[in-house]
Ligand binder design. Structure first.
Ligand code: SF4
Ligand code: SF4
Length: 102
């Protein structure tokens, strides 16, 4: 059965009311980032990335509050991920479809 589209207006989308969908994505870490060392690892291509748990969630995410525990030191990639932007909406849509299929 088709999943109804996410009709939430861009202006009303808020991280505080989101399941932190984007915090399951691979996050590349740049040389100028200041992420705590224990949260870093390398991907299959040798790129420095945020460490993730086996279920895909970023290791810096507080699983109870769904807040970033290193907000002030989060990578630039995370800073650039615009709340309500195209990538945000795509991730929310993907998340919604996965949840609807469970
Ligand atoms: S940026 Fe978008 S997908 Fe990420 S937590 Fe905020 S609202 Fe959710
Ligand atoms: S560093 Fe923070 S904002 Fe970036 S993916 Fe991890 S938990 Fe989310």
């Amino acid at each position: 059965m088709p999943v109804p589209a996410d009709n939430e207006d861009r202006a009303t989308i808020s991280c505080s009311r989101c399941q932190a969908c984007c915090c399951q994505l691979k996050v590349l870490v740049m040389v100028d980032d200041d992420v705590p060392q224990w949260l870093l690892t390398h991907d299959a291509h040798g790129m420095e990335v945020m460490r993730r748990h086996d279920d895909g969630w970023c290791a810096a995410l507080d699983r109870d509050s769904l807040r970033c525990t290193i907000h002030a030191r989060r990578p630039q990639v995370c800073r650039d991920f615009a709340m309500g932007g195209g990538d945000c909406r795509d991730e929310r849509e993907r998340w919604r479809r996965v949840a609807a299929s469970l």
